[in-house]
Design a protein. Structure first.
Length: 171
């Protein structure tokens, strides 16, 4: 897993060299989130294996509800300049669809995947996120170099190493 994490860190470092003038410290939050994602999977597997995937997801969202409401009210997202815009309702609709399909359903499916497989297998998909981000960047005409290809290969190597079957020695 450390090989994959190293590849993700290399992508961030190389991105800052290729596209200077951007704030790449926020990419560190993504790396921290990836580590916490792995911790989440291990907790679900070891401590919550008897709880249904839907129950785990509901518990997560109930726990986040009050802090999310506080952020909503203090962020300025509900002020009249935001809510009176032409695109507010359609944007709100997209946020609702994304939250239901991209978050709620995906969270239940992820919890089920952890319960039926291993946490390592389940979270290895997170290492593919930077690679998908690179392809979106290419579509957005961002620079892409050989060093980023190498860093992406390191990520894929890490995913392969984590998921390959270990041979059991015969006695």
């Amino acid at each position: 897993m450390l090989v994959g994490l190293l590849g993700a860190v290399l992508l961030v470092i190389m991105g800052s060299d290729i596209n200077p003038g951007q704030n790449y410290w926020y990419a560190g939050l993504v790396i921290i989130a990836t580590i916490l994602y792995a911790c989440n999977a291990n907790i679900i597997k070891s401590k919550l294996h008897e709880v249904s995937p839907m129950g785990i997801a509901v518990g997560n969202f109930v726990f986040m509800f009050v802090p999310a409401l506080i952020l909503l009210f203090f962020s300025g997202a509900l002020n009249s300049s935001v809510t009176s815009g032409v695109y507010f309702m359609s944007s709100l609709g997209y946020v609702i669809v994304l939250s239901i399909v991209g978050t709620c359903i995906a969270k239940v499916m992820f919890n089920k995947l952890i319960q039926i497989s291993s946490p390592v297998f389940s979270v290895s998909v997170t290492y593919l996120i930077p690679i998908v981000g690179i392809f979106w960047g290419i579509l957005d005409k961002e620079k892409f170099t050989l060093s980023q290809v190498i860093a992406s290969s390191v990520i894929l190597l890490g995913v392969y190493m984590v998921n390959k079957k270990r041979s059991v020695p015969q006695n």
